[in-house]
Design a protein around this ligand. Structure first.
Ligand SMILES: NC(=O)c1ccc[n+]([C@@H]2O[C@H](COP(=O)([O-])OP(=O)(O)OC[C@H]3O[C@@H](n4cnc5c(N)ncnc54)[C@H](O)[C@@H]3O)[C@@H](O)[C@H]2O)c1
Length: 214
């Protein structure tokens, strides 16, 4: 049976992947867990523990082979395959996502943008045409879509998500601020930039308090 890896470990993997990618770009071929630890500001034992979940990848006295580790973590994260994405809701956020070219570097390719607002019909965002929602069903028949990003109003998100799932969508990148109620086989990743801001705010308050104590 495959070992269950904790979500906390999985959540740290993209960061390892990013750092290893930067090391590769810098021409670094191997790195010790201590060096990686200094760069990433994570303890070396945390790195060893995390990577041991996947079989280690390191060699005593040699450290980690950066390219190998990068490729292996990439495989774990599914980075060795292409993911086609559609964006549903071509407003501010939807267009901002569509405009961001770097997702493609990781194999996330935005192939369609959809909206209900006829004023947006036919406009092009980085070469991606905005289509109307009534064209979506046909689009899904003709194109392989792996992920639907939801950047539409919260009130519409649940209904649209369920409709997409009925049409065969299996993964949702949800930006609307609500918990979607979807069948278990559908994977959902919720993104809340405000959570990150609140975390930042918490750390500002904490730093200020510790300054006051000194
Ligand atoms: N998760 C985050 O961190 C985060 C950050 C910013 C915004 N948001 C959320 O993302 C969503 C979009 O924000 P925005 O600023 O781009 O808003 P926006 O109003 O600019 O864009 C929303 C778009 O959705 C379209 N739309 C409405 N109903 C639709 C439907 N049934 N099907 C398809 N498209 C539909 C609208 O016509 C509009 O173009 C909102 O729910 C907002 O709260 C989330």
């Amino acid at each position: 049976m495959e070992k269950e890896i904790s979500q906390a470990v999985i959540r740290r993997m993209p960061r390892y992947y990013r750092y290893l990618g930067e090391l590769l770009d810098d021409g670094v071929e191997r790195i010790s867990s201590n060096e990686l630890s200094t760069r990433m500001r994570v303890t070396a034992s945390q790195i060893r523990q995390d990577l041991n979940n996947f079989g280690g990848f390191g060699q005593q006295g040699y450290g980690y082979n950066v390219k190998y580790l990068y490729d292996e973590i990439g495989k774990i994260l599914g980075m060795n395959q292409r993911h086609n994405i559609i964006i549903v809701g071509a407003g501010n956020l939807g267009q901002a996502l569509a405009n961001y070219v770097k997702f493609e570097k990781w194999g996330f390719v935005i192939i369609g943008l959809f909206d209900v607002n006829s004023a947006l019909k036919g406009i092009s965002v980085r070469g991606i045409e905005v289509r109307m929602m009534d064209e979506l069903e046909e689009f899904l028949k003709k194109n392989q879509v792996d992920i639907a990003a939801l950047t539409l109003p919260k009130e519409k998100a649940d209904e649209v998500a369920n409709w997409l799932v009925n049409l065969g969508i299996r993964a949702i990148w949800n930006f609307a601020h609500l918990d979607l109620e979807l069948p278990e086989h559908v994977v959902v990743e919720n993104v809340h930039l405000s959570d990150s801001l609140m975390q930042l705010s918490y750390n500002i308050v904490r730093t200020e308090k510790s300054k006051d104590k000194k």
